[in-house]
Design a protein around this ligand. Structure first.
Ligand SMILES: Nc1ncnc2c1ncn2[C@@H]1O[C@H](COP(=O)(O)OP(=O)(O)OP(=O)(O)O)[C@@H](O)[C@H]1O
Ligand SMILES: [Mg+2]
Length: 230
């Protein structure tokens, strides 16, 4: 396995295009294979801005991102975005059923070689504590927590290399939260390729469970990124 970080950011900056306010000050950051980073900090500190910038979902105002040591460019960005998966704080759910939502990514060009696997989706839903009919549920009838679970399963079934999880259990009860942590553990320890994750949480106990390092943000800056001692 390569010793290069999976993802490395050099001086990345994000600004609000309308007001020119800096949302993320120049940040250097490396995410190595096997690392699990808990991201903490007050509301508005820039945690979501950082994760979205790392996922290259919003255009950077400065800096660059390397993936396995190579700068991500226009040609590699679709593959990068499908490998470095950002799970939104407020999930985007399309009309139809839960299954329609899970099938949705397979319509995208980057997954044209992949096929939706209903049995696997049903297994993941069951692991997340859902009952059998979950895949047939209407998306418009999902609770906030069920919508979050659907968005997480939609990403997990694609087996990404890096998961950037933005408060994925914020709307979930303790039991389902535990199930989601187990699902992510499963993803982490399965598959052939190296993995890494970042998990934004406001719960210090959860940060201790899901992280090996804790990255703390404050007012658009990374304050510290320290090992979590158990
Ligand atoms: N696209 C955007 N355009 C302008 N301002 C933005 C944009 N995205 C985020 N912001 C601002 O950047 C700041 C940081 O937002 P961010 O969503 O990253 O906070 P956060 O740390 O994730 O907070 P929370 O814990 O509440 O989710 C906020 O003041 C927010 O209003
Ligand atoms: Mg946020």
């Amino acid at each position: 396995m390569s010793a290069l970080p999976l993802v490395q950011a050099f001086g990345i900056v994000r600004r609000d295009a309308r007001t020119a306010t800096t949302l993320l000050f120049s940040t250097d950051f490396a995410l190595a294979a096997g690392e699990r980073i808990a991201v903490t900090g007050p509301s508005g500190a820039g945690k979501s801005v950082l994760l979205r910038a790392l996922a290259l979902l919003d255009p950077l105002d400065a800096g660059r991102i390397c993936w396995h040591g190579r700068e991500v460019d226009r040609r590699t960005i679709p593959r990068y975005r499908s490998s470095i998966a950002y799970v939104k704080q407020r999930p985007a759910i399309v009309d139809g059923t839960v299954e329609d939502n899970l099938r949705y990514p397979y319509m995208l060009g980057v997954y044209r070689d992949r096929r939706f696997d209903r049995a696997r989706a049903a297994y993941l839903a069951k692991r997340a504590g859902r009952t059998d009919g979950f895949l047939d549920k209407r998306a418009s009838e999902l609770s906030g927590g069920e919508a979050q679970l659907t968005a997480l399963i939609r990403v997990l079934q694609l087996d990404p290399e890096v998961l950037l999880l933005d408060e994925p259990t914020a709307s979930l009860d303790p039991q389902t939260t535990q199930a989601v942590e187990a699902l992510v553990d499963d993803w982490f320890s399965s598959g052939e390729h190296a993995r890494a994750s970042m998990w934004v949480s406001h719960d210090p106990a959860q940060a201790g469970r899901v992280g090996t390092r804790r990255l703390t943000m404050q007012a658009g800056r990374v304050n510290a990124c320290e090992e979590i001692h158990r």
